[in-house]
Design a protein around this ligand. Structure first.
Ligand code: NAD
Length: 355
């Protein structure tokens, strides 16, 4: 398969795949860019219909990680791994052991962590064969699970968006519609409720709905959350949720949530702007988890980690201002700022090493 022909190919530094009949492992690792440091990004397990679909996903996700780490000010590049398989039925210790060997073969150029379909216990099996795995040390804050810190970053980002849009520094009385009551959605709901916001939430999983309801959130039907009467729509479930159909149904003037790759295509960023919707780019607002993963990598303090996550608020405010001044959508402004960091730095390094 020629990866350069893939629609999501973006001059990725390295893309490797494995098909191992013995363990049943079919996986791809994509390293997008390592100008700022080793490529860090989660390992996802999903029943992709074929290898081309998996390749698209890993190329897109790894690129996103480069932009996310650059804008979060981390000394890290972007990478991602995908395992083709059903997390409900295809997991075996042999498969994860082989995945460990596969990651190890890249000699630390790619460092893995959790992503959807992969748990801490799966990653521990992977780590038997490689040291290039983060987020598995349960002695770490939050047992190594970064989702509470991802949620904290989104909370800070929602504050920035509400302040920019309405000139209000408090979330007291704000109505936030959260799509997805998983790890991120529920942690976010709790912080918002504690801050006096009214939270509407919808999940396809009834147990997660009930857990959110116990926190004080009000349940909304799954297909009505996007059109719920709210100040903020916060996608915390799956990607491509901002599309032609959903934009027409969206009621909230702010979109600010944790899901990766929220825009189905980049042009949806401009569609939101033209409708007067303030969009907090996903790879900026959901960086709390990768900031925590970087803290584990550098063995930094939890207090410093919180402080760094709080800078998401300043970064978003800068993006909102530039977007308003230049009449360019926030997602494009954010990409430009990130590129200044990771491409700018590589240019600087090349000049320094040539001198
Ligand atoms: P999760 O699997 O714990 O939660 C996702 C929830 O979304 C589940 O409860 C699921 O039932 C629900 N869901 C799926 N489809 C839905 C639909 N159509 N409508 C309503 N609910 C639906 O995952 P998570 O860790 O909470 O992550 C949520 C999102 O944030 C994902 O897109 C993930 O990639 C992204 N993200 C997570 C982290 C992290 O630290 N966990 C970091 C960055 C980005």
């Amino acid at each position: 398969m020629d990866v350069t022909l893939s629609p999501s190919y973006d001059a990725h530094q390295q893309v490797v795949s494995i098909d191992d009949a013995e363990s049943g492992l079919h996986a791809i690792i994509a390293i997008h860019n390592t100008n700022l440091g080793p490529a860090v990004g989660g390992c996802r397990m999903y029943p992709y219909s074929d290898k081309a679909e998996a390749l698209e996903d890993v190329l897109r996700l790894s690129r996103g990680m480069t932009y996310k780490s650059a804008l979060a000010g981390l000394p890290m590049g972007g990478g991602k791994a995908v395992i083709i398989g059903d997390p409900a039925s295809d997991k075996t210790p042999q498969l994860f052991a082989k995945m460990g060997e596969f990651i190890d073969s890249l000699n630390g150029q790619y460092i893995s962590a959790e992503d959807s379909g992969i748990s801490v216990s799966d990653l521990k099996l992977v780590a038997q064969n490689t040291s290039h795995v983060l987020g598995i040390n349960e002695q770490q804050a939050f047992g190594g699970d970064p989702s509470p810190l991802t949620a904290y970053g989104i909370f800070c980002g929602i504050k920035a968006a509400v302040e920019f849009k309405y000139g209000r520094s408090s979330l007291n009385g704000a109505r936030v519609a959260i799509q997805g009551a998983g790890a991120v959605g529920r942690n976010l709901a709790k912080s918002l409720i504690d801050a006096g916001a009214e939270v509407l939430i919808a999940d396809i999983n009834e147990q997660n709905n009930q857990a959110a309801e116990r926190l004080g959130a009000s349940l909304v039907a799954v297909d009505e959350i996007i059109s719920a009467d709210a100040d903020v729509f916060s996608p915390c479930a799956m990607g491509a949720i901002i599309n032609d159909v959903s934009i027409a149904r969206l009621s909230a003037p702010i979109v600010a949530g944790g899901a990766n790759n929220q825009l189905a295509v980049p042009q949806h960023g401009e569609m939101l702007r033209k409708r007067g919707v303030l969009y907090a780019p996903d790879f900026v607002i959901n960086a709390g988890g990768i900031i925590e993963i970087c803290r584990q990598y550098q063995n930094g303090s939890v207090d410093d980690c919180y402080r760094q996550i709080e800078t998401i608020r300043d970064t978003l405010t800068q993006i909102f201002q530039l977007s308003s001044e230049q009449q360019i959508c926030t997602s494009v402004v954010a990409e430009q700022l990130a590129e200044e960091r990771f491409i700018g730095d590589s240019v600087k390094n090349a000049v320094q090493s040539a001198a």
